[in-house]
Design a protein around this ligand. Structure first.
Ligand code: ADP
Ligand code: MG
Ligand code: MG
Length: 896
């Protein structure tokens, strides 16, 4: 019978077959077949050893819900036809005691959700087929072991019973038999367990475990469809912005058995180390076990080879099953070349014969993400552009997060497997519940568990780090932690975790909930108390990637920096100039603020000039240091912006001291204070309004800037000052101040007898400035968008006060996010309007953005699109902005 027979006329096709080297589907059909399903079809086409089976589409899942949890009739028909084909391919039949076909019923959605949904193995076993299986394989123990596994998975996934009940019975049997591991249980014990399990199931649920294999199959398919909506899956989708209405595909696949004895095994392998990204075959395996044993994290598997951390050759798969290992090694290369990315592979060895059960793009740590992208380029598998597209800006951001300060004293109390790098300190919690509660109170917590199940995802999300006694590097929990970039240590055998009593014993020490520990998920060490962290240096792969990035971006990246020290850091991060230097920050330094206050309190211009004369040399020395650090690059300096009262103290004691020091009578000081008071200072007497009222202030600042530039020019350094006028809303403001700047600069240049090139620009941070940008452009050499103030004035909200309602607005979906983090589209419209109007008058007008949003990826993409010349952001965001700018350029190149 042909696979498509009987469904040629059906309008919807629900089922796709694979096996014997042919497949109806392929990897590109992930929306319909799920990525697990699509990849099984693809691997079959590649000729890899994949057990045959068929995939039921996500559409069937959606139709199942729409029909009120009812399997569509035509889907049942297609499944029966595909089952017949599978029986033919495998030479066995579902429910036939002489040749029993066993299948797994596997979940798998378009987006990979490791371990979040359910899978049932060994469907098809009952009290008769189990005996047939024993006879056929001459392996009693294996048959009963498979049956008890089915009973426990089925009762949990399909019948909804908690796994603990049967788990306890299993533990009791081990005690009775006096053995320590599941693998040591005798065949008789396992047979007895199948009876005991079935009684318990009936007892707890009032229903019998169905002996009819077809009934098992339908129920398992429905249960896997339903598992799309279990708690952890819903939570995972929320955390990863995956839509909730897609549904899962179901793959029904002939079982292969890793639990058939010592020449059988199961494992998980990564084509590269997911932790560091190093290019070696990394994996874990368990002899005589089924796949679930490794991925569930219930046991700690063995390293697959030396590189994966084996201490004795005997424990490696390479040693135990060399032929299967060699073949797996070849397949790993095939898969990586085919998919052009690091793969995470599930495999099973049945009596020496290797089977591949899954491949997917492997989750990896932030460091590994960069290293793998760079090395794939070196190996000719992808090109530079692809590498740039693949590394996420969040990843770079994470790489700049702190790691343990190597010089700090620390007491290491235990070691485990470093499953996800990064350092974290926090208070110990023993349950997801406690993690959520304490994190909700703003505490940093470390979730400590015997093993983590995907169930713990809520707790993991709220924790700074995760630590488990059991589980391997490839367990779902480790994979999920890596995906979240949470520091994570697993398989730490020295840990005795008492979840109920909420204690953790490590050697002689006992810890309780709330005690502080530090973990380093890279090296796998657990430390006492809080250990200081440090800013990491860029690893060499990041440096190489950043070298490529600069070839493709068009936007320049500058920094917002107020001191020479910040400038130096930013230059090291690749900043190409200063986009915003806020002069007022220099006024706050202790030895200066008095002179500033004197200037503010002065009664007339003469008094002010006297005070300003004291400030001038200080400002000049600041600019000297900044210009020197940024030599050869443009430096944008904003003239004084905040309202003057910000420099005055409110403290009555200080007020008196000030009066005394400045020799002004106290009542006079009070009077000046009252005069400076504003109801709404952020919309008050600030920005260029100050410059117009007190031109001598700006005059002093401009003098300091130009003098510094002249001094350095004499030394032969190239200095490019760009003087920025804040809070402009009218072209006349610009014209008047421009003239002031020009004449001041003129005088100084003739004093020094040289010319320097400087520019005068307008801050664009008010809606009126945007609307009149064509006029402003006539009096400006450049524009700089101050998107913080522009957002405040566009929304009519204050950034400092919106914390009261912004979370609500985001929560109810009124705003997609905080407009002070990523530029709001309406603010974007105003920016675009100003760009268009400005350039219409002055086509070569230089334009940049210096608001906080200038370092955020989606804002940078927008800035690229509307043709800005540069973005400017805080020093440590400079590499992130460079990457985002390159990605934006590649994106528009791809669209063109
Ligand atoms: P998950 O998404 O939780 O990994 P899977 O469908 O991949 O769920 O299956 C769980 C475990 O069972 C995996 O280790 C997988 O390799 C194993 N498995 C699934 N189907 C089969 C099969 N047909 N034969 C043997 N092992 C299987
Ligand atoms: Mg899997
Ligand atoms: Mg501003």
């Amino acid at each position: 019978m042909s696979p498509s027979e009987g469904r040629a006329t059906a309008e919807k096709r629900y089922v796709y077959d694979f096996g014997d080297g042919v497949a109806d589907g392929h990897a590109g059909m992930r929306d319909l077949l799920g990525s697990k399903g699509g990849n099984l079809h693809e691997m079959t086409r590649l000729g890899l050893p994949v057990p045959p089976g068929f995939t039921i589409t996500t559409e069937a899942c959606r139709d199942f819900w729409a029909a009120g949890d009812e399997l569509p009739a035509s889907m049942r028909q297609e499944v029966l036809a595909s089952l017949a084909l599978l029986e033919k391919r495998s030479g066995m039949r579902l429910g036939d005691p002489a040749a029993p076909l066993l299948v797994s019923v596997r979940s798998g959605a378009a987006a990979t959700m490791p371990g979040m949904m359910d899978t049932v193995l060994n469907i098809g076993l009952n009290d008769w087929t189990v005996r047939g299986l024993a006879e056929r394989t001459s392996n009693e123990r294996f048959a009963w072991d498979s049956y008890r596994r089915l009973l426990s998975m089925y009762s949990n996934v399909v019948m909804g019973l908690h796994t603990d009940h049967l788990e306890q019975l299993l533990e009791r049997m081990k005690e009775k038999e006096d053995v320590h591991s599941d693998a040591s249980l005798s065949s008789t014990a396992l047979r007895d367990l199948s009876g005991i399990f079935q009684e318990k199931i009936l007892d707890l649920s009032g229903r019998r475990f169905p002996q009819d294999p077809t009934e098992q199959l339908w129920a398992a398919i429905a249960a896997v469809f339903r598992s799309w909506n279990n708690h952890r899956a819903v939570h995972f989708r929320n955390a990863n912005q995956i839509p909730h209405d897609l549904g899962t595909a179901v793959t029904v696949q002939a079982m292969v058995f890793g639990n058939m004895g010592s020449s059988s095994a199961t494992g998980v392998a990564f084509t590269r180390d997911p932790n560091t990204g190093a290019s070696f075959f990394f994996g874990e395996w368990l002899p005589n076990a089924q796949g679930e044993d490794v991925v569930s994290g219930l046991s700690t598997p063995f390293p697959m080879n030396r590189e994966s951390g084996a201490v004795a050759p005997e424990e490696t798969l390479a040693h135990a099953l060399p032929e299967a290992y060699a073949e797996l090694n070849r397949i790993k290369d095939t898969l990586e070349r085919h998919y052009r990315d690091m793969q995470d592979i599930e495999f099973t060895v049945e009596q020496g014969q290797l089977w591949i059960l899954q491949t997917r793009t492997g989750k990896r740590s932030a460091a590994a993400e960069v290293r793998i992208a760079v090395e794939l380029v070196d190996e000719g598998i992808i090109d530079e552009k692809e590498a740039i597209r693949r590394v996420r800006t969040e990843t770079l951001e994470r790489l700049m997060h702190p790691c343990i300060d190597a010089t700090a004293p620390r007491t290491i109390i235990a070691h485990g497997l470093g499953a996800s790098p990064g350092a974290a300190s926090g208070r110990i919690v023993f349950s997801t519940q406690d993690a959520i509660e304490r994190a909700g109170r703003g505490e940093d917590v470390i979730l400590v568990r015997r093993e983590t199940s995907p169930e713990d995802i809520h707790g993991m999300l709220r924790s700074k780090g995760v630590l488990t006694a059991r589980g391997g590097m490839t367990s779902h929990a480790a994979v999920v932690a890596r995906g979240m970039s949470k520091p994570c240590i697993v398989g730490c055998r020295d840990l005795e975790v008492d979840t109920e009593g909420k204690t953790l014993v490590i050697g002689e020490r006992t810890f309780r909930e709330g005690d502080i520990i530090t973990i380093d998920g890279g090296e796998g060490s657990i430390m006492l108390g809080r250990v200081p962290t440090a800013q990491p240096k860029h690893p060499p792969h990041v440096t190489r990637l950043m070298g490529w990035v600069d070839r493709y971006r068009r936007l320049a990246v500058r920094t917002n920096a107020d001191t020479a020290r910040e400038c130096k850091a930013a230059r090291e991060f690749g900043a190409e100039g200063v986009g915003l230097c806020r002069t007022e920050h220099m006024f706050f330094e202790e030895n200066r603020v008095m002179a500033v206050r004197e200037m503010i309190l002065a009664e007339d211009e003469t008094g002010r000039r006297k005070a300003l004369a004291q400030i001038l040399p200080m400002q000049r020395s600041d600019f000297l240091a900044i210009f020197r650090t940024m030599a050869g690059l443009p430096v944008t300096i904003r003239l004084l912006d905040p309202p003057l009262h910000e420099f005055l103290t409110e403290n009555p004691g200080d007020l008196e001291a000030m009066a005394a020091r400045l020799e002004i009578p106290l009542p006079k000081v009070r009077e000046r204070y009252r005069a400076l008071h504003e109801v709404n200072p952020m919309l008050g007497h600030r920005g260029c309004r100050l410059g117009l009222s007190f031109p001598e202030i700006y005059e002093m600042q401009v003098s300091a800037i130009i003098e510094a530039a002249c001094i350095l020019a004499k030394e032969g350094l190239v200095v490019e000052p760009e003087i920025l006028i804040p809070l402009v809303f009218h072209v006349r403001e610009l014209e008047i101040l421009r003239e002031l700047i020009r004449s001041t600069a003129e005088a100084i240049q003739s004093d020094y007898g040289l010319r320097i090139s400087y520019r005068i620009g307008s801050m664009i941070e008010l809606p009126r400035a945007c609307v009149t940008a064509d006029q402003l452009a006539t009096a400006a050499d450049f524009f700089s968008f101050g998107t913080n103030d522009l957002t405040q004035t566009t929304f009519g909200i204050s950034r400092d006060d919106c914390g009261r309602f912004m979370p609500l607005y985001i929560d109810i979906g009124l705003l997609p996010g905080d407009p002070f983090v990523a530029m709001d589209p309406a603010v974007g419209e105003l920016v675009k309007l100003a760009v268009d109007k400005g350039r219409k008058v002055k086509p070569d007008l230089k334009i940049g953005i210096c608001g906080e949003q200038g370092g955020e990826a989606s804002t940078i993409r927008f800035c690229h699109k509307i043709g800005l010349d540069y973005v400017s952001c805080s020093p440590f965001r400079v590499p992130i902005a460079r990457l985002a700018a390159a990605q934006a350029a590649l994106e528009s190149e791809a669209l063109a």
